[in-house]
Design a protein around this ligand. Structure first.
Ligand SMILES: Nc1nc2c(ncn2[C@@H]2O[C@H](COP(=O)(O)OP(=O)(O)OP(=O)(O)O)[C@@H](O)[C@H]2O)c(=O)[nH]1
Ligand SMILES: [Mg+2]
Length: 351
């Protein structure tokens, strides 16, 4: 007589599923570590996100970071004042404090500031000519986004025992040359994060980090819609970022990677959009100086070349971010990590 095998009851099925899932989890853990690659054009905020993750993980910046960043911040300040002086001359805007101009123009790399330098910087920052020149930033010339932040904190930064605050470090600008990598553990998820230089000449090095990427975190500056590239002042920054994003999305390297789109610098964008219409960049925009409409329009422009409606296509996860705001980055990163983990579980057939 043949033996009829009884089919498993609901309890057994549940138990089997649990074993299956546990095996898949082990397989998934063994598969490889999560690798996240920060990509995007220059000055979009990649390294600021990288710094934020260090801060979120460790709770504070290390002493050697504080020590090495202080002179860079002071150099940022001197260099940006030189830019303002040069642009005032170019725009034929008179500067009253000519002695201060001479002193600042003479300076090269400095680690300490003497009293006369501090005074010259103060006088120049309050000079009507420099303030007038500043109103032409973006439209006529480029200057660091953090220029106002640092000059508004000049008194503290010029003090003798100055040690940078977390905010100072996050606002400090150092162009990335080459590749930086670190391992992080946030919300029990371990991952390797790679930060690269975004300016055009740096992008040649990107290919070295393209293998086995779980997720690409593409950073773009929302405030770039009225700016041109440092590398080529005939190219609009936002248009360059959209082209780059499309290239990354379509690249064969990332066909299995999830893509996070960080529409960054929302704080700067919020102020700028009230003054400069988005139609200066996109003629087909007609939403006026409205923050939400403008963000939606930009997001659609980035996603227009991604096949997000098609079933087979990969998901792009857009986030509107402010990389200098630790709480915002923490929330966004946790949510991005959730999406990455969910996507991995799906890839391993677990839901
Ligand atoms: N206000 C504001 N400033 C930001 C934000 N994100 C970045 N910045 C500033 O923008 C500047 C450029 O940021 P980085 O993180 O150096 O840009 P990056 O993408 O790493 O640039 P590269 O290294 O040249 O590729 C820094 O001074 C940051 O402090 C933001 O959301 N808001
Ligand atoms: Mg960088």
């Amino acid at each position: 007589m043949g033996c009829i095998e009884s089919s498993p009851n609901a309890g057994e099925k549940r138990a089997n599923r649990k074993i299956d899932n546990n095996l898949k989890l082990i397989e998934m853990k063994n598969d490889s570590l999560i690798r996240i690659l920060l990509l995007g054009p220059g000055e979009s905020g990649k390294s600021t996100i990288f710094k934020q993750l260090k801060l979120i993980q460790d709770g504070e910046f290390q002493k050697n970071t504080l020590k090495s960043t202080a002179p860079i911040i002071r150099q940022n300040i001197i260099n940006q004042m030189k830019v303002l002086i040069q642009q005032a001359n170019k725009l034929l805007i008179p500067i009253q404090q000519q002695k201060a101009v001479e002193l600042i123009n003479k300076l090269s790399y400095l680690t300490e500031w003497e009293e006369d330098i501090i005074e010259a910087l103060n006088l120049l920052w309050n000079d009507p000519g420099i303030q007038k020149t500043l109103t032409f930033k973006d439209l006529k010339f480029h200057i660091f986004d953090s220029v106002e932040y640092f000059f508004n904190n000049l008194k503290r930064i010029s003090s003798q025992n100055y040690s940078p605050s977390n905010e100072d470090i996050l606002n400090c600008r150092v162009r990335t040359v080459g590749i930086n990598q670190a391992e992080f553990k946030i919300k029990k998820t371990s991952f390797i994060l790679t930060d690269v230089g975004g300016q055009r000449n740096e992008r040649k090095k990107w290919i070295h980090c393209f293998e086995n990427v779980t997720s690409v975190l593409f950073c773009t500056s929302l405030s770039g819609y009225c700016q041109t590239l440092i590398e080529d002042n005939s190219v609009n920054r936002m248009k360059e970022a959209i082209n780059l994003f499309t290239e990354i999305y379509q690249s064969p390297w990332f066909q299995k990677s999830s893509i996070m789109l960080f529409l960054n610098k929302k704080d700067i964008f919020e102020k700028k959009i009230k003054k400069i219409d988005l139609s200066t960049c996109f003629r087909d925009y007609s939403g006026g100086k409205n923050y939400d409409k403008a963000i939606q329009f930009i997001q659609d422009k980035f996603l227009k070349n991604c096949n997000i409606d098609k079933e087979s296509a990969r998901q792009v996860y857009p986030f509107v971010t402010c990389a200098v705001d630790t709480n915002n980055v923490q929330n966004v990163i946790e949510s991005a990590l959730d999406s990455i983990m969910r996507r991995r579980l799906k890839d391993f057939g677990m839901f």
